[in-house]
Design a binder for this molecule. Sequence first.
Ligand code: NDP
Ligand code: MG
Ligand code: MG
Length: 333
Amino acid sequence: PATIFYDNDADLSHLKGKVVAIIGYGSQGHAQAQNLRDSGVNVIIGQRPGGPNYDLAIKHGFKPMSAADATKQADVVNILLPDELQGDVYRQEIKPNLKPGAILMCSHGFNLHFGQVEPPAGVDTLLVAPKGPGHLVRSEFEKGGGVPCLIAVGPGAKPETTKIGLAYAKGIGGTRGGVIQTTIAEETETDLFGEQVVLCGGVSELVKAGFQTLVEAGYQPEMAYFECMHELKLIVDLLYQGGLSYMRYSISNTAEYGDYTRGPRIVTDETRKEMKKILKEIQSGQFAREWILENKAGAPGFKATRRQEKASQLEDVGRRLRKLMTWINAKEV
Ligand code: NDP
Ligand code: MG
Ligand code: MG
C-alpha cells in the first residue's frame, strides 16, 4: 500500500526561519499562502500587478512583489502559475534569482517532468499537490480540516527536503487529510491521464454524446439535459461517498441491471485500446510537446475549440435551465 503521512509525521519547525515565496496568487496561490501564514510560516508573494489577483493579495494583507524579487529573498519558491506559462516566467524571473540551496516547488509536476523548469545544480525540487481546487484548500483549512495532498521530491533531493515538504503540507492543512508519497513522474502522468480520459475528456464527451443521441431522436432537449448532465451530480455524490457499490445500492434495480449489461457496450475494447494510446502519448512527452507548441503559437486551436464548445445546444439549454434552479448556485463564464 501507498505511504500516507498524517499530522504526526510532519513537523512545522522545518520551515522555521525560512522564507516561502508563493509565485502567483491565483486559485492555489491564494489558498496555500494564507494557510501557511495562519500556520505561522513566513510567506511572501510574487504576483504581477494590474489584475484582480494583485489587489486580492493586498486585501489579504500581503505585499505582493515581482517573481524576481520574491525569489531573491526566498528559501522555498513555489511556482503556482498556470502550467503553460511556468517555463517562460521561470527562465526569465526565477532561475536567475534563486538563492543557492533554495528549494523549487510546484503543485503539479508537468514542467519539471517535461523539462520546462530545469533546476540549477544544488537546487532540490519538491512537489506538494493538493488534490482539490484552491478555494477548497482554503475553506477546508478554515473549518479545521484539509484537502489531501501528494508529496514527491526530485532525483537526488536531500532528506531535509522531504521534511520541509511534509512541513509545507502540514502548513496548508494537507496532513489533516493525508499526504500520499509519490514521484513527480507518477503524479504528472496519472494527473494528465485522469483528466484526459475520465474526469474531463471522458465525462464531457459521454455527456455530449448522450445528449445529442436523445435530441436527434426527437426528445425534448430539456429532458435530455436533465437525464444526461444534471443527474450526473447525484451519481457522483454517491460514488464519492461509497464507491460503485453504494451508488448501485442506491439506484433502482432496473438502473443497476442496465449499468451491468449496457455499460460495457459503451466503454468497449476499442475505448480501452485508445486509453492505452493516450497514456503512451503522455508518457512519451508527445502530449506535452503538443500543448507547449500550441501555447507558443498563441493557442489558436485551443481558443477556437473553447468558443465552439461554449456555443453548443447542450450549453444553451443548460444555461437557461440552471438560471431557473436558484438553489444550485449557477455559474456562468
Ligand atoms: P491560476 O490560473 O488560478 O493562477 C495563476 C496565477 O498566475 C495568477 O495569480 C496569475 O496572475 C498569475 N499569472 C498568470 N500569467 C502570468 C504571467 N505571464 N506572469 C506572471 N504571473 C502570471 O492557477 P492555478 O492555481 O489553477 O494553478 C497553479 C498551479 O497549481 C498549476 O501548476 C496547477 O496545475 C496546480 N494545481 C491547480 C489546481 C486547481 O484546482 N486549480 C489543483 C492542483 C494543482 P494574474 O491574475 O495577473 O493573471
Ligand atoms: Mg491536472
Ligand atoms: Mg433515470
